[in-house]
Design a protein around this ligand. Structure first.
Ligand SMILES: [Mg+2]
Length: 248
């Protein structure tokens, strides 16, 4: 491989600069590798616009925020097996619509809303601009990488592929080992598939608790990818604002 031959001394070891050298890197997927928030909010607006005619930009931002950030307790019920994936989508959509006084009727109206949303949303999924340069650098250094996600494997496989990230072949979902993050087993399955040791493997993700703290507790080197400049009182772990910071 020409790219590896160009850096023979670094093969097998990746120098992240600030975070030292590592032998493997695992990534979260949603809002780490792919801009899920953009895909969710764009599709949401498209399927809900006829229900909220004339709503302004601030209104749509609030609408999207309720669905993506203020109803994560409903997603937790999906992770716990209490709701199907589409049921949690519908409940979150209803919460957002309900905030603006719109109630979806049970049956056909709800079914049509969630079906159309599920059809549209994948078409808006795209990788962040900083992903490909990091994967190129990892390939050049001969460092294995993969993804560990709190959604099921097959759904995330399609998502990565449609975002142009089929090169990420190692993928662990919640159904791979039967537990979600922050259970140590799910991160450790990613490490096992990379063939590295936990302490020499980075785990990078946008959720401070599930990604940085959870991976660190499992023995990996967790890094919080804080793309939006969120403040976190008392967070003493490693933090970056872009995946580009992983490049020495
Ligand atoms: Mg995430």
């Amino acid at each position: 491989m020409a790219s590896a031959a160009a850096h023979p001394s670094t093969t097998g070891v990746f120098d992240t600069g600030t975070f030292g050298t590592v032998r493997g890197v695992l990534f979260d997927i949603d809002d780490t590798l792919v801009d899920l928030e953009y895909a969710l909010t764009t599709a949401l607006r498209e399927v809900s616009e006829h229900l909220l005619p004339g709503m302004d930009t601030a209104g749509w931002e609030k609408f999207g925020r309720i669905f993506t950030h203020e109803t994560t307790h409903i997603y937790d019920r999906y992770l716990a097996g209490e709701l199907t994936f589409n049921e949690q989508r519908l409940l979150r959509g209803r919460a957002a619509l309900g905030h603006f006084g719109v109630e979806l009727a049970d049956g056909e109206e709800s079914h049509a809303w969630v079906t159309e949303y599920a059809r549209l949303q994948p078409s808006y999924v795209r990788a962040f601009d900083d992903v490909v340069p990091v994967l190129d650098a990892l390939d050049a250094a001969g460092i294995p990488y993969g993804a560990v996600s709190n959604n099921v494997h097959d759904y995330q496989r399609v998502k990565l592929d449609s975002a142009g990230l089929s090169r990420i072949s190692v993928l662990v979902g919640t159904d791979t080992v039967g537990v979600p993050k922050p259970d140590p087993a799910i991160y450790l399955e990613g490490v096992r598939l990379l063939g590295t040791r936990p302490e020499e493997t980075l785990y990078v993700g946008d959720n401070r608790l599930l990604d940085a703290d959870g991976a660190t507790a499992a023995g990996l080197r967790g890094i919080w990818l804080n793309r939006v400049g969120e403040t976190a009182e008392g967070f003493a772990g490693r933090e970056i604002d872009s995946l580009a910071r992983l490049l020495a």
